[in-house]
Design a binder for this molecule. Structure first.
Ligand code: GLU
Length: 505
């Protein structure tokens, strides 16, 4: 067998917002494709028209654009294996359904939903398979003549896959190794429905993977039970030589670790489970997204990459390019990965630290302006420089930094009680005089002068600094005192001190 070019696909069904687990699946496909010099295909699996949700496809595409995950081929990207939307490939599937029927690998079944229901009531744990198919109304039990007449008379039918019992089915999984199951546990899956003239997921998925020359199928663990059926379908078509290798990725688990991560966990604990904000067209419900919550796409990618895989080193921060180099699908975990959303926030914090002050300032500037402050980019950048190590999100800056731009209008009562002593007003009045005489109001210019005054008077440095801080900031927290006063400048610093003295006495 000649080496084939690596081709992988991400094949979502457009049934709503893309779940964060789906984003990770796409990311792993992307990393795998890139590191093998291969191609990533974007296919839309929309054969189930009942579950189709308008806007979902656009949403998914926009998500990947934001995240920087690029596809080489597929819906909206073009390519030589199109169309890439399954609803536009009906005729292709019909041909392959016919091939299976002609080769005796599939058969036509006329059982109505009522008849199937009755069988289920009659036989406990009924399964449509080798043991029961001859009790049913299908082309194996009816004559050719009867089948033809039923179809000619407009009876609806399905095409079922004829699974041979007693066969060991091997799934070659890059994470799990050889997964072997007995064909007896599989039922004769419906591959096609005459009612809507559409194949089911299984048939369309296999035919497309084959025609699109997919070499590796990387997808969520929830598809592992379907994999033996997919292997059998490849064999039934005689495509064994081009059977893809599989990788079934570990589940994303609730932050507490038990059970699958759901949207409800996000609502309950206050984190998004979708990449972008999603407006459900049916219910009108709005769900939060990572983008709108203030995450950097690089941070989301980095966070997701490490949910289910780790490099085996201490390194946690990876750019997309570094991930392409380090990622190893065979090292993915066999167990579910706890969705530690606080770790996601930590990643965002780390990316804030690594981004330039200018970049963060450009994101912070509109927030400053929205709060009615007219200032320069340079001053915003100075504030960012002092404060960015304290936040995980740009939006957290304003509550921490507003005092740089707007003088406190009130003073935190608890801090006043604790920090404003009976002698604080006197000390602060003296400090006003000390500051008044300082020419160079930089940190270096102020600090020695103020320190000397404190020493000469035998004041407690803590007392002085606490009162000073309260006067300038309004609360008991903030960066270095002289950083604040230097930023505010002499006039504003003295004004704030005087106001505090007057109000707090
Ligand atoms: N359409 C399936 C999904 O929505 C694709 C599963 C697969 O990758 O085979 O996840």
């Amino acid at each position: 067998m000649t080496e084939r070019k690596v081709r992988v696909r991400f094949a979502p069904s457009p049934t709503g917002a893309l779940h964060i687990g789906g984003v990770r699946t796409a990311l792993y496909n992307y990393l795998f494709a890139r590191q093998h010099g291969g191609e990533l295909v974007f296919r839309i699996e929309d054969t189930d028209s009942h579950r189709f949700v308008p806007g979902a496809e656009e949403y998914i595409l926009e998500s990947f654009k934001w995240l920087g995950i690029k596809f080489d081929e597929g819906v909206s990207f073009g390519g030589e294996h199109g169309p890439y939307r399954q609803s536009e490939r009906r005729e292709i599937y019909k041909k392959y359904v016919k091939q299976l029927l002609d080769n005796g690998k599939a058969y036509i079944a006329f059982d109505t939903p009522e008849e199937l229901e009755a069988k289920r009531a009659e036989i406990k744990n009924f399964q449509y398979d080798a043991h029961t198919r001859l009790q049913m109304r299908n082309s194996l039990t009816l004559s050719d003549e009867e089948v033809k007449t039923l179809i000619a008379n407009g009876n609806q039918y399905t095409v079922r896959f004829k699974i041979e019992p007693g066969v060991d089915v091997h799934v070659n999984d890059m994470i799990r190794g050889d997964v072997c199951i007995k064909s007896d546990i599989l039922d004769d899956k419906v591959l096609y429905k005459s009612a809507d003239e559409l194949p089911t997921y299984h048939l369309a998925n296999i035919v497309d993977d084959h025609l699109m020359e997919i070499t590796h199928v990387i997808r969520g663990e929830e598809w592992l039970p379907s994999a033996p059926l997919h292997v059998l379908l490849y064999q039934a078509f005689g495509w064994e030589d081009t059977m893809p290798r599989f990788a079934h990725l570990p589940l994303l688990l609730k932050p507490e670790g038990k059970g699958k991560l759901s949207k409800r966990d996000g609502d309950r604990l206050g984190f998004p489970v979708f990449p972008l904000e999603w407006h459900d067209p049916k219910t009108g419900e709005i769900s939060s997204g990572y983008r709108e919550s203030g995450y950097f796409p690089e941070a989301v990618v980095n966070f997701l990459a490490l949910l289910g895989w780790n490099p085996g080193t201490e390194q946690e921060l990876f750019s997309l390019d570094e991930l392409v180099k380090a990622f190893d699908i065979t090292k993915c975990s066999l167990h579910g990965a706890k969705f530690d959303y606080q770790k996601g926030m930590w990643f965002n914090h780390e990316y804030i630290l690594r981004k330039s002050d200018d970049e963060i300032a450009s994101l912070f500037a509109p927030i400053v302006a929205n709060n009615g402050v007219d200032t320069t980019m340079d001053r915003i950048t100075q504030v960012v420089h002092m404060m960015k190590d304290r936040v995980s999100f740009v939006k957290e800056l304003w509550p921490l930094c507003s005092f740089f731009f707007i003088a406190p209008s009130e003073y935190d009562a608890k801090t006043v009680k604790k920090r404003w002593k009976e002698y604080s007003a006197k000390q602060m009045s003296e400090l006003v005089d000390v500051l008044q005489n300082i020419e160079d109001f930089s940190v270096e210019g102020q600090e020695p002068v103020v320190m000397k005054w404190v020493e000469d008077n035998d004041y407690k440095l803590g007392d002085v600094m606490n009162a000073f801080r309260l006067a300038l900031v309004g609360i008991g927290k903030g960066p270095g005192m002289f950083d604040i006063s230097a930023f505010l400048g002499k006039e504003e610093t003295i004004n704030r001190l005087k106001r505090a003295i007057e109000i707090l006495k």
